[in-house]
Design a protein around this ligand. Sequence first.
Ligand code: TRP
Ligand code: ZN
Length: 882
Amino acid sequence: MRTDTSPAIYRKDYTPPSYWVRTVQMGFDLDPAATRVATRMTLERNPAGREQALVLFGEELELVQIRLNGKALSRRDYALKDGVLRIPVKLDQITLEIETLIRPDKNTSLMGLYVSNGNFFTQCEAEGFRKITYFPDRPDVMAQYTVMLRADKKAYPVLLSNGNLVEEGDLGDGRHYALWEDPFKKPSYLFALVAGQLVCQEEKIKLQSGREALLQVWVEDGNLDKTQHAMDSLINSIRWDERRFGLELDLDRFMIVAVGDFNMGAMENKGLNIFNTKYVLANPRIATDVDYANIEAVVGHEYFHNWTGNRVTCRDWFQLSLKEGLTVFRDQEFSADMVGTDSGRAVKRIDDVRVLRQAQFPEDAGPMAHPVRPDSFVEISNFYTVTIYEKGAEVVRMYQTLLGRDGFRKGMDLYFKRHDGQAVECDDFRAAMSAANGRDLTQFERWYSQAGTPHVKAKTSYDPVQKTYDITLSQFCAPTPGQDRKQSFHIPVALGLLDSSGKDMTLKLDGEVVAINTVVLELTSAQQTFRFTDVSEYPVPSMLRNFSAPVVLEYDYSEEELAFLMAHDSDAFNRWEAGQRLATRRLLALTAAVQKSDALTIDPALSDSLRATLNDTQLDPAFRETVLTLPAETVVAEQMDVIDPQAIHTARRFLRQSLAQALQSDFVRAYQSSQTDGPYSPDAGSSGKRALKNLALSYIAELDDDYAHTLAQAQYDAADNMTDRMASLSALVNSQAPGKAAALARFYSDFEQEPLVIDKWFSLQAMARTADVAVVRTLMQHPAFSIKNPNRARSLIFSFCNGNPSRFHAADGSGYVFWAEQVIALDAINPQMGARLARSLDRWRKYAPALQEKMHAALKHVAAAKLSKDTKEVVTKSLAAT
Ligand code: TRP
Ligand code: ZN
C-alpha cells in the first residue's frame, strides 16, 4: 500500500535479465499463520545482461536468510528497497538459497499464497510469485521447478503442485509431504500449489500419440456431483487442439482445481489449472445454459494456454495479448466448432461481437484506452482488459481472415517450430504468420501499436449502363490518450453483393472473378475505391461479413435495404447485424424523443421484420433469439455524443413493451413451441430453444398483466433446471406479480447451500428495475453478503454499478457516492477488485454536465483516499485532462 504516485514502466525500457535461473527447488512448510518457504536456485549469468547485479523482486515477505554459494549474506552484501533486492555479483554460476516467512491467512489480495475456506491456493500471474519468495519474477526467466510440500495431514490431506508427483509420505508428528517435479521449464507466474481437503473426479485418456494421461478435477467435498461438465469440456479441449492445431497434451497428468475466492475466471498454471468455482461447478439444478457454455469456454481457454502461453510465453508483460488474444481466439473457435452448425457458429460470433461492442469499444474510447500491445503501465493487473483479450482475439482472427484457415495453420506451425520453449513478442507471432505465407504484414503491426476503434465509411455507386458498382471505403480513428494522430490500419473487409432475389452475386473486380459469394477487400490507405464489374442489377451490399474487423462500419443503408438483408443475407452474422442497425436507429430516435418529451411511437417496419424472423421456423431458435434481443443500453450509449442513461432506458423499455404488444400472439406461440422435453441437456439445440422460450417470456412479462404473472409463476414452479428458474424469477422480480417476494424468499431457502446460486440471487436483485442504492445497501447487510469474496462482491456491487445503468446513474448522484465508498472499501482489502470497480466511472466526461459534476466529485473523493497503486492508476487516468 502506498499513496505516492507510482512510476510508469515503459516497453521501450526492456532490458534482458542479468541472470537466468536454471533450476528452482522449493520447500513449503504450510501453516496459515506462518508458512516457511525455503528456495534454492541455480543461476547463470546472462552475457547479454546489462545490470551488474542479480536483481530479485519481493513483496510483503519476511526475509529470514539469504545464502550465496553456501555463504550467508549480511545486510551489507545486498540492497533492499521498494520491493527490489540487488546483489552485486559478477559470477558466472550462482547457487542462491533464500528463506522467507509469509502469512497466507492475512492475504486478502488473493495474489501469492492465500487461504480460501481453510485450504491453500496460489495465484502468481502476473506478479504474485514475489509474494512467496524473492525471485527474478519476470516472464522471460524460465526455470525448472521441484517443489516439496509439507503440512498437517488431517487438515491438508491433498498436496498438489505443477507437473508430476514423484514421492509422498509421512513425516511422523501428524505431518506428511509430497514432492512434485515439473519437467518443463516455466516462468514463475505459472507456478502453483494447492493444499487442503479436496476430492477429485478423474479419468484416464489416450492421447493422439498413444500416450496415456490422467485428468483430474478437484473440488471441495460435496461438489463431486458438479464436475462432469468440466471434465467433458477438458476432454473435448484436448481432442480439439489435437485435431485443429496438431497440438498434444505434453504432460502425464493434468489437474483442474476449483476455488471459491478468486480474482478472475481461471489460471493456466502448468499442469495445475486453478479455477474460480463459477467456471467449474455445474449441474442442471445450479447452472444455467450460459454457465455451461462459459465453463466449456474457460476450461478450453486455460487448457489451450498450455501451448499458447506456457510452451511459448511472453518476453514481458507488454506482450500479454500474445498469449491472451491468441488463446481467446482459440477458445472462441473451439466453442464454435463444438456447436458445429453454421447457424450455431454465427450465434457464437454474435455473442463475441456483443462483448466487444459493450465493453471494448467503450474502453477504446475512454481514458484507459491502450493498444493491444501497450507502451506503458503503472500496474500490470490493470491491463488484463477487454482490449488485451477480446480485441487481441479479433486481431488474431484477422490473420485467419487474410491468410485463410490453412495459411493461419501454417503460421501457427511455424510459430511453434521457431519459438517452442521461448519467451517472445507479439512481433514474433506476426513474423511467423508472414514468413509461413510469404505475405508482407508490416502495416498490420498498427493493430498492435495504435489504440482506438477505427471507423470505416463506405460509399457506393452503381452505373446501370457500364454495369459497374463502385465501393469507396475510407478509414478514420479518433485520437486516444498519448496518440493524437493515427496511421492507416490494414483492414480486411469481407463483402458480398445481393441481387434482387436476395442471392449472392458472383463477384468480379475489374473484370476478374474473385469470389462466388464473399470477397475480402483489403483497406490499407485512408481511402480506396473497389470497382466491381458485370454487375447486372443494382445490388444490396453486405459489408464486413462475420464482422471481419473490429471497426465501426458507417454506411447509409435505407430501411428497406436493412429489412432485405435481415431476410436474405447468406451471412447469418449480417442478417443479425441488419436487425441491430434497424433497432439502434429506432432506439436513438426514441431516446431523442424522450429527451424532448415528445410522444413515443412504434415503427411497423421494425416490428414486421422482427415478427418475420421470430416466426421463421426454418431458422434456429438460438439465432432467432439473438435477432429479437435489442441492442444493450451501453451499446446505444456508445452512439450518443452525450450519454443520457435514463432516456436510453425509457426508450428501450418503451420499444420492448411496444414489441410485446405488437407481437403478443407471436411470442405466446414461440413460447409454446419452444418447450424442451426429456431430461435437461445443455447442448446447443436445447439451450437455443430455452433461450428463445425465455426471451418470449421476458417480452410477455413486459406487459405485466395477469397472464404474464401466471405464466412466469407456473414456469418457476415447474422448473427442473436453473435456466428456466432464473428466467422466470427475473420475469417475476421485474414485474408487479403478487408472488415475487415469495419466489425470491423460496429461491433463497432452496439454494442457501449453493454459493454460486446465491450470487445469482444477489445479482438479479441488484439489476432489477426497482433497485436503487438503498436496496443494495440493505442487501449488503444480508448475512450471506461478504465484500471479501470477489464473486459475492461482483454479484451485488458490480452488478449494480455496471449492470443497472439507469439506476446507478440516478440524478441525485446516490449511485456515485455509493461507488466511491465501495471502491475505497474494496481497495483496502483487494487492490485488483478496487481497481476494477474504479473503472465504472472512467467515462464520466461522456455524460450530461449535471451528472458529470457529481461523478467528478466522487472520483476526487476516491483520489484523495489512501489507495493501492492499482486503483490510483485508474482514478488518476480517469481524472487526467483529455
Ligand atoms: N491468465 C489468466 C487467464 O487469462 C487470467 C489471470 C491473469 C488471472 N491474472 C490473474 C487470474 C490473476 C486470477 C488472478 O486465463
Ligand atoms: Zn488467458
